[in-house]
Design a binder for this molecule. Sequence first.
Ligand code: SF4
Ligand code: SF4
Length: 178
Amino acid sequence: MLEFDEEDELFIGDKVLGYFGNCLDCGLCCKIFNYIEIADDEIQNVAHYLKMTKKDFLKKYTKKNRKLNALTKTSLKTPCQFQKSTRCTIHEKKPFDCKTFPLLINITKGQAILTGIYLCPQATYFYQGFLDFCQHHFPYLYSDLIALEKEASWTSLGLELTISSKPLGMYIDRLYSD
Ligand code: SF4
Ligand code: SF4
């Protein structure tokens, strides 16, 4: 059974979503997402890894993105230049945005952000399974989610929802105990 570590602020979606398939066979998000933010320390880190200067790295792999809230307002180019076939060539050093897509669970705030619903195959299977779980165990939450879907924001990567991490944690436990 998969367990949440209550000490972790962030529970990275990779560990959960592997249940529904394999990103290595897909790679869709790296091709189409416009807002893969890369923070200043990540820029330094990846540039160092590639043995490039920061200036060259910025010119070759990034673009300015006014829609981002971060101080740097810098994102990776679209499609991402680090993808070869469906693989990430900087997997060990990839930015936080890449590591957490499409599921970011912030335990201390009791929230999970699930994005890519109805676009990313893993996010969609995961969410549909969660809806089914709620319909049987948390009918009130199921109704809330259906209502939330109608108001939620669509990004270039499908639907994004903020969900309470508690029922989501129970659903994940159920998945891993089956
Ligand atoms: S779109 Fe979803 S399944 Fe495809 S690579 Fe991205 S996270 Fe993985
Ligand atoms: S850095 Fe890697 S994981 Fe992130 S978008 Fe590029 S190819 Fe995909």
